[in-house]
Design a protein around this ligand. Structure first.
Ligand code: PLP
Length: 405
């Protein structure tokens, strides 16, 4: 039979967080090895449980949640999301502005499919959560990466953004709090980013899925609260703040210059109808989650698991000679830098693969986040302290004698 080739729509589309290194870890597990997996921001397997009332509400609604719902989502969920953004300063937020999806992932794909013509450019951070780059490319667009500057606490470099805007630029992607760097942007800084978007009539796509995972008193400002004259898309969800990534529930909220986006919204509606609706039983979690007690607040302060693990992992990793790392202000990752004058690494994917094979610890290499140099890797700070201590001490040992040339 003639070989079945993959579509060329997939050129430039990859998602290496679950790529070849993760597949090697799976193979090793099948051989009987125990792997310490510090590669995916999936809270449940690390013992973070969903608040009981969320489970109760979903179970309570199961018998009546057997049919499809409205394509944008069940009304109580959309009202709850709208009210959430009202409380965050977007007074006109309305249930009709909300799309509930099977995770933010689905909505990222839909929002770009509805926006981009072939060759349109989208400014995407570097490093990024790689779904953004992949989704732009899959939609026929071109991801143009702007630098987030490690020397400036990983803030987007405004000059680099300006320099990369062309006639084809349609949108600016922000990830705040940021995966993988842990940066969180202040209101003043966001205003500067918005001014660039305003001058060049860019749609702003703000991924705020970690907006409650904040450390050391950091506050999060919703970008959309700072501009009502631009087309603003805000993405949020239940996977991280409420530790229920497997429920696959996220939302997209449109605000600002909606009149100017009427055709775009019609396009989104077509795509939302084509996939019928998001998982209906789990849509019932949204109202309970957003309206009720916010147990995440206990986890992100000293004595709480997320805080203590982040604090310890950051301390241990920066104690390794030749490794530096910004202390994260939010999210659940570290993105340390390896001093390449000290360690001989040319290929960061090979580095994490060699570490996995020798020490049974799974990390993700920096280039999986579209970082251009082989000098970074990402650690997930979800494992218990004992596991983090073990993994990071193995990394320290490994580096002492590791050389690729
Ligand atoms: N956006 C960012 C920045 C993420 O880190 C993730 C998951 O890790 C997602 C979106 C996808 O989230 P969801 O589980 O809602 O699809």
């Amino acid at each position: 039979m003639k070989a079945v080739e993959r579509s060329n729509k997939l050129d430039g589309v990859c998602y290496d967080i679950r790529g070849p290194v993760a597949r090697e870890a799976k193979r090793m597990e099948e051989e009987g090895h125990r792997i310490l997996k510090l590669n995916i921001g999936n809270p449940a397997p690390f013992g973070f449980e969903a608040p009981d009332e969320i489970l109760k509400h979903v179970i309570h609604n199961l018998p009546t949640a057997q049919g499809y719902s409205d394509s944008q989502g069940i009304y109580p969920a959309r009202v709850a999301v709208a009210q959430y953004y009202q409380q965050r300063g977007i007074l006109g937020a309305d249930a009709d502005d909300v799309y509930i999806g099977n995770g933010v992932s689905e909505l990222i794909l839909m929002s770009l499919q509805a926006l981009l013509n072939n060759g349109d450019e989208v400014l995407v951070p570097m490093p990024d959560y790689p779904l953004w780059t992949a989704a732009v490319n899959l939609a026929g667009g071109k991801a143009v990466h702007y630098l987030c500057d490690e020397q400036q606490d990983w803030l987007p470099a405004l000059d680099d953004i300006k320099a990369k805007i062309s006639k084809k630029t349609r949108a600016l992607v922000l990830i705040n709090p940021n995966n993988p760097t842990g940066a969180v942007y202040s209101a003043d800084f966001l205003r500067q980013l918005l001014q660039i978007a305003r001058e060049h009539k860019l749609v702003v796509l703000s991924d705020e899925i970690y907006d409650k995972v904040l450390y050391d008193g950091t506050e999060h400002v919703s970008t959309a609260a700072l501009a009502d004259d631009l087309v603003m898309l805000t993405f949020g969800g239940l996977s991280k703040n409420y530790r229920i990534a497997g429920f696959r529930i996220g939302w997209l909220f449109i605000s600002g210059a909606k009149q100017a986006a009427r055709q775009y919204i019609e396009g989104l509606n077509i795509l939302a109808s084509m996939r019928l609706c998001a998982n209906v039983p789990c849509q019932h979690a949204v109202q309970t989650a957003l309206g009720g007690y916010q147990s995440i607040n206990e986890l992100v302060v000293p004595g709480g698991r997320l805080y203590d693990q982040m604090d310890l992992a950051h301390k241990l990793v920066t104690e390794i000679d030749g490794i530096s790392c910004m202390r994260p202000k939010g999210a659940m990752y570290l993105f340390p830098k390896i001093d390449l004058k000290k360690y001989r690494i040319q290929d960061d994917e090979l580095f994490v693969l060699d570490f996995l094979r020798q020490h049974k610890v799974l990390l993700v290499h920096g280039r999986a986040f579209n970082w251009p140099e082989p000098d970074h890797f990402r650690i997930v700070t979800l494992p218990h302290k004992e596991q983090l201590t073990q993994a990071i001490s193995r990394l320290g040992q490994f580096l002492q004698s590791y050389s690729q040339y």
